[in-house]
Design a binder for this molecule. Structure first.
Ligand code: NAP
Length: 461
């Protein structure tokens, strides 16, 4: 059964869901394509009313949505509430700004007049991960629907109830049938959806492996795509960093969402002069986290999303150790029911260790000691990924210089990667291409059309 709600806190399966038959899938694609024909001509104000209503309903039912995320993927309840509110804010942001972002822009040709128009392109197929089961959906639904596209989503197998609750949200907000469609489908059916001529764009947020497969399929069909993939962000600590402020960011950066965040701090690169102090304080702070029921507000260390995620992470840690990494703390599952991983720090991960290039999707930090700022930057850039990163220093101008030299899509000075509705989010290298959020996020799946007028005689042939 590919779609099932299993509580990772106690391993109990709550509900299972059947995948769609091919005939059911065809009915849904046909409905989406039909809705596009009217939605693309629906005025911005009417689109905005539905998207804003969905935002309002999310805000009004934060606990209902948050409970589902905690239940299905183990998110700490307060983090889940934060995610739901943020998702609603993203929808409200696009309801308010979508029309302005896509307004025609004037060009200045030497002859005549010209402008660029932004028009929708059709049905967009989005494949989304479980780690932010609502936020990831809001990031695609809000902008693309405001642009006049319609959206079909294949969510991850472990969060079907979140997926269905988000679809119901649109029905409750008054959206026409087919504007937002949740698809409980297999990977093979996903390929068929990408091949379908009624689908005009493909967006994925997920792993590099999924990116290779889905981007290739979209490419074969010459369809525009955006890829938000993994990361192994550097957390650079320079010798002049204020550790009182830096350590809480290190803990949050690695442990938020039980460490299952694409732009989490994953490689801690610390200048030698301050490295021992940093490591001691980091260990102490991580040791203070309390594993427990994610629904309990006092819990500060939740389970991983699924048992298989834990088994995979343990294998990765064992592999790193087999190739020479040293376990500074943790490294094992926590001896209790549920899919809990100890907070872990690995040191001595050398470039010939496969772990050096890996993404650890859970509470596992890699610790590196470097001579100076230049070495920190070189190490940060020695990665297949290029999503985000951060630098800690009391000298903000120095922080900005370092940020400019790190090769990623996003850099943060004295804080950690986090997104805001108005800030573009995305990476380079194996972290993918395209941007979500902000003004750029709504431009990914629109036709930028040039319209030119000039009253000149045709050249003589
Ligand atoms: P994943 O295995 O790639 O799954 C993500 C989604 O892709 C799920 O819906 C999954 O469906 C689907 N999928 C995977 N392979 C597919 C295929 N061949 N055809 C069709 N659908 C396919 O990723 P994950 O391990 O669950 O999620 C974590 C990854 O996502 C990490 O690498 C993380 O860094 C990345 N991520 C990136 C961002 C970003 O914005 N850059 C944000 C969040 C997460 P099933 O569940 O049914 O397999």
């Amino acid at each position: 059964m590919a779609y099932e709600s299993t509580n990772p806190y106690n391993g109990k399966t709550v509900k299972k869901f059947d995948e769609l038959t091919d005939a059911q899938l065809e009915t849904k694609i046909a409905a989406a394509a039909k809705t596009y024909e009217t939605w693309k001509r629906t005025p911005y104000a009417e689109r905005a009313a539905i998207v804003a209503k969905a935002a309002e309903l999310m805000h009004a039912h934060v606990d209902k949505f948050a409970h589902l995320a905690s239940l299905e993927m183990g998110k700490l309840i307060n983090e889940a509430r934060g995610e739901v509110n943020f998702s609603a804010n993203i929808l409200a942001y696009y309801a308010k700004n979508g029309e302005r972002f896509l307004a025609p822009t004037k060009l200045h040709p030497t002859v005549g007049t010209a402008h660029m128009e932004s028009s929708p392109i059709g049905v967009i197929f989005c494949v989304e991960p479980w780690n932010f089961p609502f936020y990831q959906l809001a990031r695609v639904a809000g902008p693309h629907m405001m642009a006049g596209n319609v959206v079909m989503v294949k969510h991850a197998g472990c969060v079907p109830q979140c997926a269905m609750a988000f679809e119901q949200l649109w029905i409750d907000a008054g959206a026409p049938v087919g504007l937002y469609t949740n698809l409980l489908i297999s990977h093979q059916q996903s390929d068929k959806v990408i091949d379908d001529t009624r689908i005009k764009g493909v967006a994925l947020t997920g792993s590099v492996a999924a990116g290779r497969s889905i981007a290739a399929r979209a490419g074969k069909n010459l369809k525009v795509s955006s890829m938000e993939l993994g990361g192994s962000d550097a957390f650079i600590v320079l010798e002049d960093a204020d550790l009182e402020k830096t350590i809480p960011w290190a803990v949050w950066g690695r442990m938020f969402n039980a460490g299952q965040t694409c732009c989490a701090a994953k490689r801690f690169i610390v200048v030698d002069e301050i490295a021992d102090k940093f490591l001691e304080k980091f260990k102490t702070a991580l040791s203070a986290l309390k594993p427990g029921d994610p629904m309990d507000e006092k819990t500060t260390h939740g389970p991983l999303s699924t048992e298989s995620a834990l088994v995979d992470l343990l294998k990765q840690v064992d592999g790193a150790v087999a190739h020479g990494a040293k376990v500074v703390m943790g490294g094992k599952r926590i001896d209790r029911p549920g899919s809990f991983m100890q907070t872990t720090i690995l040191a001595d991960v050398k470039p010939d260790n496969p772990a050096f290039r890996d993404e650890f999707f859970g509470p596992v930090a890699m610790f590196f000691r470097v001579k100076d700022e230049d070495e920190a930057i070189a190490l940060a850039n020695d990665s297949d990924f290029g999503l985000g990163g951060s630098v800690f220093t009391k000298d903000v101008a120095r922080g900005k210089r370092v940020a400019s030299r790190v090769e990623t899509g996003m850099m943060f000075i004295n804080n950690i990667d986090w997104s805001d509705a108005e800030l573009p989010f995305g990476g380079i290298k194996y972290s993918g291409y395209g941007r979500e959020l902000g003004d750029m996020g709504i431009q990914e799946f629109v036709n930028k059309k040039l319209v030119r007028e000039s009253d000149v005689p045709a050249p003589v042939v």
